[in-house]
Design a protein around this ligand. Structure first.
Ligand code: ZN
Length: 406
C-alpha cells in the first residue's frame, strides 16, 4: 500500500514538474506573473504534511492511569516519569471518569510528545516533551464566539430559552447575574423579556459550552434591568448596572436558585403563601420539591441548625447586628451551629418537617428582631466603579449596548 502510494505521488510530482518546466521556459521571458502562478499550482499538488498521531482515551469506571497508558503503548517506565513530572501540578491517579486523556505522538518518530488532561471546564494539565519532560496547568485554549440571544417569557425564562435554542447552562448563568435583582420564583410575569450577550466556547470548531455572560437585560413587569460585565481591576471583577454600581448586594433575592426552580415553575402560582401581616404569616413560602438545595441569602454565622417545634428542622443565619434570616421545614441540614457561611452557600434542603402540609421552604427575614418582608427590603446599591475607571466602563458598556441592539 505505502509503496504504491509513494510511487503514485512521485509520478504525479515528476509530471507536474515537467509541465511547469515547460511553461517556465515558454513564458518566462514574456510574463513574470504567469511563471509565479504556475509555480504556486505545482506546490498545491505536493502531498500535505502528515500530522502527529493523537490518541483520545476516555476514562471509564475502573480504569487506572497505568492501564490507560499501557493501552496506547506507553511503557511503564515512561508512564511513571510522566506521572512524577505532573505530580506537583496534578496527581494523575485522581483522573475522573467521563474525562479524557489526550496523548500525542510525534509524526516523524512516533515517540510520546504530549499528554493533556482537562481538569475542569477552565484548566488543563499538559505534560510534554521539551529538552526534558515538563508539566504545566494552563487555561483550555477555547475559541470564543460572542453571541446575542433572547426571548419572551410565556411560562418561564427557562422554557423561553429552550424554545429559542439557548443552551440551558447559558440561561442559568444569566439568571445568576440577576440573582441580587430578581427573584425568579416570584417575580417573572407573562411577556417579560430577556436578552443577553455571552461567549460560546469551541474546541477544534466544535461547540463545548457557554462562557461568560458579558451583558444582560431583563424586563420584569415593564421595569428594565441591565447588567454589564466589567473588570475594574483584579480585585473588582463582576457585574454593574448602567450607572456603574455593582449589582452584587448584601442579600440574594431568593433562597432558592434559578437552577432548581427553572424547569418546575411557571409564572403565576409559584409560592404557596406570601408575607401577610393580617394572617400573621410573616414569611415567604417557596413551593419546591423535597431535597431542593436552600442557600443562605447572605454571608453570616449559623446560630441554629436544629429541630424547632412547628418550624421543623430550622437554620437561622445571623448576618450582622441588624439582619438575620431563618429557613424552616428542611428535610436535611447542610451546616452546623457555629459554621460561617458565604452568600449562596447551601445550608440545607427543602422538606416538610414540623407543621407543614407539603414540601416547601418557609423563609423569614428579621431586622432588629422584627420579622419583615424580605421581598420589600430595599437594599443599597453595591460598590460603584471608581471615578477614574468610569470612562472605560462607559465605553465598554456602549459596545455591549450595541450588541444588545440598542
Ligand atoms: Zn410558611
Amino acid at each position: 500500500m505505502v509503496t504504491s502510494k509513494v510511487f503514485k505521488y512521485s509520478f504525479l510530482i515528476i509530471f507536474v514538474l515537467a509541465i511547469s518546466g515547460f511553461f517556465f521556459f515558454k513564458y518566462n521571458s514574456f510574463d513574470g506573473n504567469f511563471v509565479r502562478d504556475t509555480v504556486a499550482k505545482e506546490q498545491q499538488l505536493v502531498e500535505p504534511p502528515e500530522l502527529d498521531r493523537v490518541e483520545l482515551i476516555e476514562i471509564v469506571n475502573g480504569s487506572t492511569y497505568g492501564e490507560l497508558m499501557s493501552g496506547v503503548g506507553i511503557s511503564a517506565d515512561l508512564a511513571n516519569q510522566i506521572y512524577k513530572t505532573a505530580t506537583d501540578k496534578y496527581d494523575l491517579v485522581k483522573i475522573k471518569v467521563g474525562h479524557n486523556l489526550e496523548i500525542t505522538f510525534d509524526k516523524n518518530t512516533d515517540q510520546f510528545k504530549q499528554l493533556v488532561y482537562k481538569i475542569d471546564s477552565e484548566d488543563e494539565l499538559a505534560v510534554y516533551q521539551n529538552s526534558e519532560l515538563t508539566a504545566e496547568i494552563r487555561p483550555i485554549p477555547y475559541e470564543v464566539k460572542i453571541v446575542t440571544k433572547g426571548g419572551v417569557v410565556e411560562s418561564s425564562m427557562y422554557e423561553a430559552a429552550l424554545k429559542n435554542n439557548i443552551d440551558e447552562r447559558a440561561i442559568i448563568a444569566l439568571a445568576d447575574v440577576f440573582q441580587w435583582t430578581i427573584d425568579f420564583a416570584l417575580d417573572p410575569r407573562v411577556n417579560d423579556g430577556f436578552k443577553f450577550v455571552y461567549e460560546e466556547r469551541y474546541l477544534n470548531g466544535e461547540y463545548q459550552m457557554p462562557g461568560r455572560v458579558l451583558a444582560g437585560e431583563y424586563v420584569n413587569a415593564g421595569q428594565k434591568y441591565q447588567v454589564y460585565y466589567f473588570e475594574e481591576d483584579k480585585d473588582n471583577v463582576g457585574y454593574f448596572d448602567e450607572n456603574g454600581n455593582s449589582v452584587q448586594k448584601m442579600f440574594l433575592k431568593a433562597p432558592v436558585s434559578f437552577r432548581y426552580i427553572s424547569s418546575g415553575f411557571t409564572t403565576g402560582a409559584r409560592y404557596i403563601e406570601a408575607f401577610n401581616i393580617s394572617t400573621g404569616h410573616r414569611a415567604v413560602d417557596y413551593a419546591a420539591k423535597s431535597g431542593t438545595p436552600i442557600r443562605s441569602v447572605g454571608d453570616g454565622t449559623v446560630i441554629m441548625a436544629s429541630r424547632n417545634g412547628s418550624y421543623g428542622n430550622m437554620v437561622k443565619v445571623r448576618h450582622n447586628g441588624t439582619y438575620q434570616t431563618n429557613y424552616g421545614h428542611m428535610s436535611k441540614f447542610a451546616v452546623k451551629q457555629g459554621n460561617k457561611v458565604k452568600q449562596g452557600d447551601i445550608i440545607g434542603y427543602v422538606g416538610s418537617t414540623g407543621l407543614s402540609t407539603g414540601p416547601h421552604l418557609h423563609y423569614e427575614m428579621e431586622k432588629n428582631g422584627v420579622k419583615i418582608n424580605p421581598l420589600l427590603e430595599i437594599q443599597p446599591p453595591g460598590r460603584a466603579i471608581k471615578k477614574e475607571n468610569k470612562p472605560r466602563f462607559l465605553t465598554e458598556m456602549q459596545q455591549w449596548q450595541i450588541a444588545l441592539g440598542k
